[in-house]
Design a protein around this ligand. Structure first.
Ligand SMILES: C[C@H]1O[C@@H](n2cnc3c(N)ncnc32)[C@H](O)[C@@H]1O
Ligand SMILES: [Zn+2]
Length: 434
């Protein structure tokens, strides 16, 4: 007997080797998808009727700072350097482990409700984040954000912290958690520090999560400091590889794109944050045309201001169209790939497709809504019309985390209340320091 059978749904497989099924069945056992078909004789403990819904792989949010939900709407409409240096960093000084715990719980709740099955995080108090991920049921690639600022002693402490997190958490929660090294960016960490991180990551068989060329200011600073841009500098120290997840990658030359492509670097595109902070427009179409693995991320809630991947997909599609002045640029199907298949590839998880043998990381999207009718093309609706609140059911690793709009893995109201209280307390401490 199987654990879960989902029946009567439109199966959007995202699998290049398999067609979608108009009225199909997904069978789940021991955390894996064991069958994808038109009909089954199998029985299961749980049978989910997906009538009028789309059954698809859940989203992979490849760049966020989950605990920053506490700063949602705290400092808006500012330039990145002002925002970060004068508002966010001073506020983060006051963060405690229990703040990050509360903020990350809120983030996980929001992600489960909006159909995200896995996320890549870079933040602080990562043991708390690990605990939250473990109990929430989600999958995550977690990294401690190391900000060295050319201070050798600080660098040593940061790397030690990053390493102890990697050693403790990599592979935890039945493999749902992987731990990465998180050097913040090439303009906040020295070249020497980045070399040490690269060496350590290779030694520990851990991946690396970093911000790259998010702003023009970074590009200019790098040129002044090293006589070359971030991508060239990182390439000169053999930093890149398929184990690197580079967020943003906006200010790229054609040569930089080739370097990223040739080194199989995973690029996390964050269009909403990039628009909100006016950081610029990443050359996504050009990167994809070169065959680079470009995935999607929301960035933290202080620059988005939510963790919804539907909104992120739509923004990605529209932004490329207006940037290239080509309405055919980044069509719906390709954006969906970025949010699922490419994200799973970046985090090296067997998710992102509804395929036999893959992780049972599945969502069910309710299409019986005013804004989703009539229905001619499923990918089109998912990218251009659907929203976070259309997700009915979220399953990760074969466990139902949200069942027909009801979150079952945590007490929703309690999570909201605790995050609100933590945020109020945190901001009053920040204000008291002013
Ligand atoms: C891990 C660190 O990254 C910071 N952070 C959050 N958003 C961004 C962004 N768009 N660019 C650079 N850093 C960011 C967090 O505020 C934290 O200090
Ligand atoms: Zn970021």
């Amino acid at each position: 007997m199987a654990d879960i059978i989902i029946k009567n749904g439109y199966i959007l497989t995202m699998d290049p080797s398999a067609d979608n099924i108009k009225n199909g069945v997904v069978v789940i056992e021991d955390g894996r998808i064991t069958d994808v078909c038109e009909k089954t004789e199998e029985t299961a403990d749980t049978v989910i009727d997906a009538q009028g819904s789309v059954v698809m792989p859940g989203f992979v949010n490849t760049h966020t700072h989950a605990g920053m939900t506490l700063f949602r709407g705290y400092a808006d409409d500012l330039a990145l350097s002002d925002w970060l240096e004068n508002h966010i960093w001073p506020a983060e000084v006051e963060l405690t482990g229990s703040d990050v715990y509360a903020g990350t719980r809120l983030a996980c709740l929001e992600m489960i409700k909006s159909g995200t099955i896995a996320f890549a995080d870079m933040y602080f108090f990562m043991d708390e984040v690990g605990k939250v991920v473990e109990s929430s049921g989600l999958r995550a690639a977690l990294s401690y954000g190391m900000i060295e600022l050319w201070d050798e002693e600080k660098g040593k402490r940061e790397l030690k912290e990053g390493k102890s997190f990697v050693n403790e958490w990599n592979g935890k929660a039945d493999g749902r958690i992987s731990a990465m090294y998180g050097p913040h960016a090439p303009n906040t960490c020295s070249k020497e520090f980045l070399m040490k991180v690269r060496e350590q990551a290779t030694e520990d068989n851990a991946k690396i999560h970093i911000h790259v060329l998010e702003t023009e200011a970074e590009l200019n600073q790098m040129k002044e400091q090293y006589g070359m841009c971030s991508v060239n500098m990182l390439d000169s120290i053999d930093f890149f590889g398929p184990d690197v997840l580079a967020a943003h990658c906006i200010w790229l030359s054609d040569g930089d794109m080739d370097i990223l492509r040739n080194n199989n670097v995973n690029i996390s595109h964050n269009p909403v944050s990039n628009m909100k902070l006016a950081s610029g427009i990443a050359p996504v179409t050009k990167l994809l045309d070169r065959g680079a693995n470009v995935c999607l991320g929301t960035d933290g809630c202080a620059s988005n201001n939510n963790l919804g991947m539907f909104e992120e997909m739509k923004a990605a599609a529209l932004l490329q169209k207006v940037d290239t002045m080509d309405p055919m640029a980044l069509p719906a199907r390709q954006v969906l790939e970025m949010a699922t298949v490419n994200g799973a590839k970046a985090l090296d998880i067997n998710s992102g497709m509804i395929r036999k043998g893959y992780n049972a990381d599945v969502i069910i999207v309710d299409m019986n809504k005013a804004h989703l009718n009539p229905l001619y093309d499923v990918p089109s609706h998912l990218v251009y019309s659907a929203g976070s609140s259309d997700v009915r059911t979220t399953i990760v690793n074969g466990k139902v985390l949200m069942d027909d709009y009801g979150v079952v893995c945590m007490d929703e109201q309690k999570v909201i209340d605790e995050a609100r209280d933590a945020a109020a307390d945190l901001i009053s401490r920040v204000d008291a320091k002013k």
